[in-house]
Unconditional design. Sequence first.
Length: 194
Amino acid sequence: MANILGNLNRALLLGGGLLVLVVLIFHGEAMNLEWFNWFLRFFHALCGVLWIGLLYYFNFVQIPTMPKVPAELKPGVTKYIAPEALFWFRWAAMATMLIGLALAGAPQQNYLIEALTFQDGFRNIGLGMWLGIIMAANVWMFIWPAQKIALGIVDGSADEKAAAAKKAMLFSRTNFVLSFPMLYLMVTRGGFAG
């Protein structure tokens, strides 16, 4: 078992295999458009957990801990851990947003326009969607470009790297703050009159 669980790719294959097994056992005879909608919801939630989990990792762990890390150990984070975490962070943000928009626009749901324009009955999910869109835009337009400079992925002077690190931190912290109402609105999506 250690041979499987000790390797990320094998663990992913095992998890994916278990997912397929569960789908076939519980929904094998009912794999229709409604089932596909629920499956998309699953992937939307999975990508969202990855995205927000990494957002919380950055804000609860990496940002507060980096000043305490001895200078000779910081390259371990900035050269290896942060770039890998940012890869999954930005693509999970994109996937979460795109799958969420696809779900809202899917024929069985079809509330995309109503939600994005805050029409009656769709205000909660609409505001949650807009917050998610803003957060995803922050990832791709501000956090990732600034992190590329701060981490030395693209060239920059020491002053440019420091300014980029501060900018990335502030936009990451903005997303951290927005994540609380966004998650609440997504969970309550239509549960309250809004």
